[in-house]
Structures are given as C-alpha cells and as structure tokens.
Write a protein that binds this ligand. Structure first.
Ligand code: OGA
Ligand code: MN
Length: 300
C-alpha cells in the first residue's frame, strides 16, 4: 500500500499514514515523501518507534546529514548521545541523564530555540530538512510551532514584494543569542560565529513558489543601517508569524516531524523544563537544490 497524506492545517503541514519509516524505503516512497515536502513543507509521521540508527538511516534517504553547531561546540564529556554528531540531542538532560539546572549553559543556549528561526541559516548553506523524533514528551507544553514562509510571502502587498525582492540578509548565531542575552561562547569558535549572507526571497525550483527566508539569526541587511534593518526584519517577522500561517505541533511519543527550513520557520514552546523531561532526537539534511545559493559578488 502506498503512503497517503492528509492536510493537518488549512495552508500547509500534512500527516502521513500507511508507512513504517523504521524499515528501508523504496525509491517510490522516498519520492512520495519529497513530493509531500514540496507541497506541505511540514510532514508528521505518528507512531514511529525508532532507534537512533533507524532515524539516521531514514534521514539519509534525503541527503547528506549535518552536524549541529551545539554538538560541534560541546565538550566530548558533555555529549549525552556519544560521538555521533549527526544525531542532535534536543533534550533538557545532561550527559548523566539528569535534568539541566536553571543556570546550565547548554540550557541557556537552547532557550533561543523559542525564537522563530530556520535551522542553520547562520551557515553558508543552511539546513534543508530537519527531522525531530519524540522520545519523551512532557505532560504539558513543549509544542513546536511552524510558520509557512510561502504563504507569508504571498500575503505581502505588491510594494512590499518589490522591496524585499533583492534584499540580502546577514545571519549569525550571535544575533539570535544576543536577543535573549546569551554571549557565552568558548574561544576557538570565531569562524563559526562570523555572519553569512542569504537572499531574503527565495524560489522553490519544483513548485516555483517564492518564500521569505527569515530567521532570528538575522542581524542586518546588506547596505542598510543596522537599526533600520532590525526594525524592518522585526515587522516582517510579525507579519510572517500571524496565526493563519502557523501550525502548532502537539507532540506524542514516537512522532517524527520533518520540515523544510527553506520554506518554513519554527520555534519551540516552553514547558516545565526544571521538573519534566523532554527528549527529542534531531537529524538535519544539508540544504541543496533550492535557494541558498551564494549571493553573487557585488559589481566592482
Ligand atoms: C530544533 C528546534 C524546536 C523544539 O531542534 O532545531 O528548533 O520544539 N527544536 O524543540
Ligand atoms: Mn530549530
């Protein structure tokens, strides 16, 4: 039986049924999931019991895996999931499986996930798909929200569409962390913190739809004064995250949620993380194909 997808929201996001992603997929299934991603941008697979290896295997169907910046910057003894950096630890647990304390540095760093963002937009090539698998879910809170950046683009008026068309934004992890007052980086990470440039408007090669490549990692617009750029991006963020563009995912154990960072933003919602466990595993695919081509060099 081939998989089917039913809409989970009026404008995007779909729930996939009739597939067991712990098993090896055939080409037809991979193509159907990719087509579903092109259309829905977020896909939810319920009741998928997966080991770490099975999640890695499933993810590799869609391209080369990325290593998270948090993983790269963590000391080896602080890595709860061992040395496989392709497997991101999205939990509130320490390497000893204890709840992170209020002042824990990794907790502070991860709190910026509550700002709307696109994964790895601070890299020269941002993430394509991200996949999150739910292992332990708190009783209350801890949703992940998604906002459709194609629908947000479509809803701009003609003069805004013309204004954003050629803008190039500067992205760095420093800009998102700065918004919550975090700046505690270990020495030796200077190169990873340096801003990169991406176009604000990108076009999907399959659907031809344009979308806004927005992210809390943005801290400037090329050739604009910083305060003007930040005020402009803030307004655009507000526009792009209106309720009608947002799907809120309420986690259940063994959900796998997969999204395209080139067409949606996402954010984590709070929960009682000093008392309850939330344990998700993350894999990300390097972005290829869609936009995020390097910005052309400026004419001399
Ligand atoms: C992420 C992320 C959101 C969440 O893993 O990239 O932003 O709800 N997670 O944990
Ligand atoms: Mn994220």
């Amino acid at each position: 039986m081939s998989l089917s997808i039913r809409p989970a929201h009026p404008v995007f996001a779909g729930e996939v049924s009739a597939i067991d992603i712990s098993q090896k997929l055939d080409q037809e299934q991979v193509a159907a999931i990719e087509a579903g991603m092109d259309r829905y941008a977020v896909l939810v697979f319920r009741d998928q019991q997966l080991t770490d290896d099975q999640q890695l295997e499933f993810s590799r169907n869609f391209g080369e895996l990325e290593v998270t910046l948090a993983g790269q910057m963590a000391k080896p003894e602080d890595r709860r999931l061992g040395d496989r950096l392709e497997l991101g630890d999205i939990s509130n647990l320490t390497a000893r499986n204890e709840l992170r304390a209020r002042e824990d540095r990794s907790r502070m760093y991860a709190l910026a996930n509550r700002l709307w963002h696109s994964d790895a937009s601070f890299r020269a090539i941002g993430a394509g798909y991200t996949l999150l698998h739910g292992r332990v879910i708190p009783r209350k809170g801890g949703n992940t929200e998604f906002a459709d950046m194609r629908a947000a683009y479509d809803a701009l008026d003609a003069s805004m569409k013309a204004e954003v068309e050629s803008l190039v934004c500067e992205h760095s992890i420093v800009f998102s962390r700065e918004q919550i007052g975090f700046s505690d980086y270990a020495p030796g990470n200077e190169e990873r913190l340096r801003p990169v440039q991406h176009r604000l408007v990108i076009t999907h090669p399959v659907s031809g739809r344009k979308s806004l490549y927005l992210s809390s990692h943005i801290g400037g617009i090329v050739d604009w004064p910083v305060p003007e750029a930040r005020a402009f991006i803030r307004d655009l963020m507000e526009h792009a995250t209106q309720r009608q563009f947002v799907y809120a995912h309420e986690w259940r154990v063994n959900d796998l949620v997969m999204w395209d960072n080139r067409t949606v933003m996402h954010r984590a919602r709070p929960f009682n993380d000093l008392k309850e466990v939330r344990d998700l595993r993350r894999t990300s695919i390097k972005g290829t194909g869609l936009m995020v081509e390097a910005v052309p060099a400026q004419a001399a």
